[in-house]
Design a protein around this ligand. Structure first.
Ligand SMILES: Cc1cc2nc3c(=O)[nH]c(=O)nc-3n(C[C@H](O)[C@H](O)[C@H](O)COP(=O)(O)OP(=O)(O)OC[C@H]3O[C@@H](n4cnc5c(N)ncnc54)[C@H](O)[C@@H]3O)c2cc1C
Length: 489
């Protein structure tokens, strides 16, 4: 996008500048990206996966005049929305188009939290700027805990795609790469075009294909557990210190907050939390907390139950949910197969599915009230929950592996010491939160980012095991594209 003099035209002029001068002058907030026309470019790179890592890699390649050719197994975002609606209505899972697979990757229908604990990997602010350039609100440029919301992300992702296509990049949807050798066109020389591998961590079939084709991988630590959901109002009271929740009312709800207290929420928004403790040598922590959000079905295969969380930009549902996970180290899983972590995840996901299936509600997720879970009691009934496919009572205290279940029980007790009232039967835990991080690392050279086993292959993003979350995955994609630009110099 350039004007007649070749100067870049920002996609959102009104957002790209900010009127922060008393004279009403508008100042640029950042240097806009300049995307080159690559219709005729001789330099090309293949990208597998159109999640944050793949899309940011593609945009960076365009900045360097290299043509990105993207293969994405899922559908473009508006078609993907329809499959997600079917899934939420219990009308079936499309294994190629769901909360994990499709344009924008796992980040599209998420909370869109844009912060990362890893500050050393590069210019995180640039990721925010690129999101802003494609339409994210100004707040992403300055808020410490910025978020976009699942209602806004699809439009931003669509604009990224339009930009890539307009400048001469290619995107092939509904194209699952089932062999690296097949796409490189030369069985013996994968490096004919560099390949950026940005598959995310849910493509278990692709990991298995990579293993069969000799790509070096290793098991890495990851985390699994459940998703906990409280009434948002209760979390607001606890986190903003608005008075201890009274949970004895017949409805199990507090009387509404009034006056100043109500104002706190009006101005600060629904509260979030970040909790961590150590139990028997392993971390137990909250993960991907979604204030005013929803629990969603995040599986990508039949016969497995996986949950995650998301929220819209206003974060205004009456529920507060968060992953509650336990750290799992490679030595916790017997064997030496680098993919054994995947199998461990799948086992737990199948177990969760079977628990719902025995209640004759296979699309529902197994759930237990939090205090019942901690005290080892069946829940006679369950509170209202945001999970659209429904929840069924289940003894998570009995069937979760002890290494996870017992630690979570102690973890909830610890969190209650910090925030008395957190451990309550008003909260429900839903199984299982198994895809919080990748159990596999695709081994790459730390400098060049090239696979140590497969020349020309650049594993990046969450699935490669070097990033976690939207921002760090996007940044890893940028870095991989920059390595390829160096290669072509
Ligand atoms: C419901 C939900 C909510 C989340 N909320 C947040 C949040 O608020 N903030 C945050 O930072 N993170 C969040 N995450 C995590 C975040 O989405 C991921 O960390 C991030 O998307 C990883 O980016 P990625 O590009 O590495 O991989 P992904 O986003 O997983 O993208 C990988 C892409 O590769 C495609 N693919 C896989 N295999 C193949 C193949 N063989 N051929 C072709 N295409 C293939 C997939 O279809 C997918 O689109 C959430 C995740 C979920 C599921």
């Amino acid at each position: 996008m350039a004007d007649e003099e070749g100067k870049p035209i920002p996609i959102h002029n009104s957002q790209f500048t900010i009127n922060n001068s008393p004279d009403g002058d508008r100042f640029p907030l950042y240097t806009p990206p300049v995307y080159q026309d690559v219709h005729e470019a001789k330099r090309e790179a293949i990208i597998i996966g159109a999640g944050p890592a793949g899309l940011f890699a593609a945009l960076t390649l365009l900045e360097h005049g290299i043509k990105p050719i993207i293969y994405e197994r899922g559908k473009e975002v508006s078609e993907r929305k329809k499959d997600i609606a079917l899934l939420n209505r219990n009308e079936g899972l499309n294994p190629e188009s769901n909360y994990c697979f499709g344009e924008g990757g796992a980040g599209t229908f998420s909370d869109g939290k844009l912060f990362s604990r890893s500050k050393k990997r590069g210019n995180m602010q640039r990721v925010m700027e690129i999101f802003h350039y494609f339409g994210a609100p100004d707040t992403v440029l300055y808020e410490a805990h910025a978020h976009i919301g699942s209602d806004k992300l699809p439009t931003i992702i669509k604009r990224m795609r339009e930009c890539i296509l307009e400048h001469g990049g290619e995107i092939h949807f509904e194209t699952c790469v089932r062999s690296l050798k097949a796409i490189s066109g030369q069985p013996s020389a994968i490096s004919r075009f560099p390949i950026i591998l940005a598959i995310g961590h849910s493509a278990h079939d692709t990991y298995r294909m990579l293993a069969a084709e000799g790509v070096a991988m290793e098991t890495k630590g990851f985390a699994m557990g459940v998703r906990a959901e409280h009434p948002q109002e209760l979390i607001n009271r606890l986190m903003y210190h608005l008075g201890k929740p009274h949970l004895t009312s017949p409805q199990g709800r507090n009387t509404p907050l009034e006056g100043e207290k109500e104002g706190v929420i009006k101005y600060l928004g629904n509260a979030s939390y970040s909790l961590v403790t150590q139990v028997d040598g392993r971390g137990v922590y909250s993960f991907c907390m979604c204030p005013g959000g929803h629990i969603v079905p995040a599986g990508s295969a039949e016969g497995m139950c996986v949950v995650n969380g998301m929220s819209a930009s206003h974060r205004n549902s009456p529920y507060a949910n968060s992953g509650m996970v336990v750290q799992i180290n490679p030595e916790d899983i017997p064997g030496d197969d680098p993919l054994r972590g995947l199998e461990y995840q799948e086992e737990l996901e199948r177990l969760a599915f079977e628990q719902s299936a025995i209640s004759h509600q296979p699309s529902a997720a197994p759930a237990q009230r939090m205090r019942d879970f901690v005290e080892g009691r069946a829940s006679k009934d369950l509170p209202a929950c945001s999970y659209l496919p429904g929840i069924v009572p289940s003894r998570l205290d009995q069937w979760l592996p002890a290494g996870i279940g017992k630690r979570l029980q102690q973890g909830f007790r610890d969190f209650d010491k910090k925030y008395p009232g957190f451990l309550t039967n008003e909260a429900v835990i839903v199984g299982v939160e198994s895809r919080s991080s990748s159990p596999v690392r695709i081994i790459r050279d730390p400098e060049t980012m090239e696979s140590v086993s497969t020349p020309g292959l650049y594993p990046c993003g969450e699935g490669a095991g070097y990033a976690g979350g939207i921002t760090s995955s996007a940044l890893d994609g940028i870095n991989a594209a920059c390595r390829i630009a160096v290669l072509y110099e």
